[in-house]
Design a protein. Structure first.
Length: 358
């Protein structure tokens, strides 16, 4: 590229043509040299910048890995390494108290309140090396326990109780538990994915109390063998007509659900024997309550505005209507007065459904 100065000189008639030509060539050579120097400098600068960026990225990645390592180390601090011998010390035949079922003696691994973050992998060694079958497991009150996938390998498992753990999902491997009849997952407020439950068609007892449910999960629709269903403590849950699917239910817990009226689908459960409606905002019962001909116990503590219609006297099988201790039984109809019991007179009056070793 020829400069403006060179062009001006070339146009000057006092400068001879050979001189002008030599000046143009010289200027072009100088311009090309400068351009190459500038281009080389720019390339070097970009190269240095790229190298600096790579170094910064490497430093950031190393810091990230160090942070992840610290997090992993922190998570494992204090976590016990469970050997087969350790587990065998917690494995013994235990009688389980299960309402509406005969108490069962099950070979039970009980690790309640052990600060577990995962179910010990060595649990599978019990059958292979100790020649003992695990029929039930109890991992209650392990608030950080989120990994329980290994339980899917216990073919003879009949009962799982994980009240108050950190579960966010039901492990897919549990769908293989073809003998599972009793599943207690109460007080797992972060539990969201229930997909594998739809394949647990042998379930007879299911506790999903205090799990943050807002409706009856569709994953339960195939559980037609359910005898006990606990949904208490799910504030604001909407119970629709799908509840009618559970035609074999004998006990239903809907305590602490912020109900203002008894869901109409409850009245379709003709086999129901125990109905827990404590701590809601109920006012009365409709005439459909008479459809619950097998009902023997109704618990309604914590419903201060609830009225009891005389038609309850026509429910011949009902033996207990459990109310608050300060409820004035004398203001009820004489025909049903003898059926009332104050909560202090009745064990488990508030509808808590235990699934636990005795």
């Amino acid at each position: 590229m020829v400069s403006d100065v060179a062009v001006a000189l070339c146009r000057n008639s006092s400068v001879s043509k050979p001189v002008r030509d030599e000046m143009i060539v010289t200027e072009a050579v100088i311009s090309n040299g400068v351009r190459q120097i500038i281009e080389t400098a720019i390339k070097n600068i970009n190269k240095v910048k790229h190298q600096q960026q790579q170094i910064q990225a490497a430093v950031l990645e190393e810091k990230k890995q160090q942070q992840l390592k610290k997090i992993a180390e922190t998570a494992n601090i204090g976590e016990k390494k469970w050997t087969l011998e350790d587990l065998l010390e917690h494995l013994e035949p235990i009688e389980w108290e299960m309402m509406d079922f005969p108490n069962l003696v099950l070979e039970t691994l009980e690790l309640d309140q052990e600060d577990l973050k995962r179910v010990p992998q060595t649990i599978t060694e019990i059958e292979y090396y100790a020649f003992r079958e695990v029929h039930a497991v109890s991992f209650n009150s392990n608030e950080q326990l989120t990994d329980a996938d290994i339980l899917g390998k216990l073919d003879n498992l009949q009962a799982v109780n994980m009240w108050g753990s950190g579960l966010t999902r039901v492990p897919e491997s549990w769908a293989k538990l073809k003998k599972l009849s009793f599943l207690g997952l109460g007080n797992n407020p972060c539990l969201r994915d229930l997909t594998p439950i739809r394949q647990m068609t042998t379930l007879q007892y299911l506790d999903l109390g205090c799990c943050g449910l807002k409706s009856l999960p569709k994953e339960l629709y195939h559980l037609t063998q359910l005898v006990v269903l606990a949904l208490g403590g799910n504030a604001g849950i909407v119970i629709d007509e799908s509840l009618s699917r559970f035609s074999k239910l004998k006990r239903l817990a809907l305590n602490d659900c912020e109900l203002e009226q008894v869901p109409s689908s409850v009245y379709t459960l003709s086999t129901l024997r125990h109905l827990h409606l404590d701590n809601n905002s109920l006012v009365s019962f409709t005439q459909d309550v008479l459809r619950l001909k097998d009902l023997v116990q109704l618990t309604v503590t914590g419903n201060p505005e609830l009225n009891f219609p005389k038609l309850l006297s026509r429910m011949e099988n009902i033996r207990q209507i459990v109310v608050d201790d300060d409820f004035n039984i004398a203001r009820t109809s004489f025909s049903i007065r003898q059926k009332f019991k104050h909560s202090s007179q009745v064990q488990n009056a508030y509808g808590s459904i235990p699934l636990a070793p005795v």
